[in-house]
Design a protein around this ligand. Sequence first.
Ligand code: RIB
Ligand code: CA
Length: 309
Amino acid sequence: MKKKVIIDVDTGIDDAMALSYAVHSPDLEVCGVTTTFGNISVEEATRNTLQVLELVKAGDIPVYQGASKPLVRELKEKAKLFHGENGLGNIELPLPSGAPQAMSAAAYIVSATEAHPHEITLVTVGSMTNLALAIMAAPQIVSLVKRVVVMGGAVTVPGNRTPVAEANICADPEAASFVFQSGIPLTLVGLDVTMQTLLTREHLQQWRERDTKVSRFFADMCEVYMDAYAKVGNVRGCGLHDPLAVGVVIDPTFVKAVPMHVQVDTSGSASDARTIGDRRENPAFPPNIDVCLEVDHERFVRHFLEFVM
Ligand code: RIB
Ligand code: CA
């Protein structure tokens, strides 16, 4: 039986790859896609999501627009350097013919989880605001959701938005902190593992040779993403952040996860938005999250390339 998933996105180049990978995976049923702010505004995320789903012939999957700003803070700047002005590396797609559903993202997360108790895995690959709002509105979903797989955090490695913090947690630290403390079953797919799963320029060359509308779009977009990675560090390609979170739902053996107590720094100081994992032999609190610390990157990247388009 296919695993039912809802994907919560701030579409984004790697979000676009994650969506395409999920809809083509024979193991997943994408019940709906919810949108949030992060790489770009929520309105742009919704437009990009509709465009990408239509491009990969999955325009029938319902899209629900979500939060436009963090729970308590001001909205941060868009991630233009990595994702371009439009979020898709400035590569243009036709305007979507479909539109988002009337229901909000948080309301959809609640209703789908209640309609399919213990069956839905939620994959969050942007700010965690929609999930926080859903839990605040309907705390019972904490025990009704099958699992939440979060692309976010950096427990044992440096951050990417600040020296210690990862972009999705930075987008709304209070939302992440609230969800981490909620008791919902969580798997954290952070930079600890996503920076080991790289797409390279050789992969893009294979997509160019395939020469389809979809493969050219992904190659052009990822070229921009890789140029940004090359500017900020010595990375040979780009991190497959959001696709790995989808991969972990498809096959949890792509990673090794360790149960850990993790808290989010919301101090507003230099360590703000850091995901602090208690890795001591005798931690002060029981584990609240399974943190992915190792990844079989070759096997995952092979699987991703087979199903992404
Ligand atoms: O840190 C990587 C994450 O931040 C990815 O989800 C990317 O799309 C951005 O949202
Ligand atoms: Ca994302």
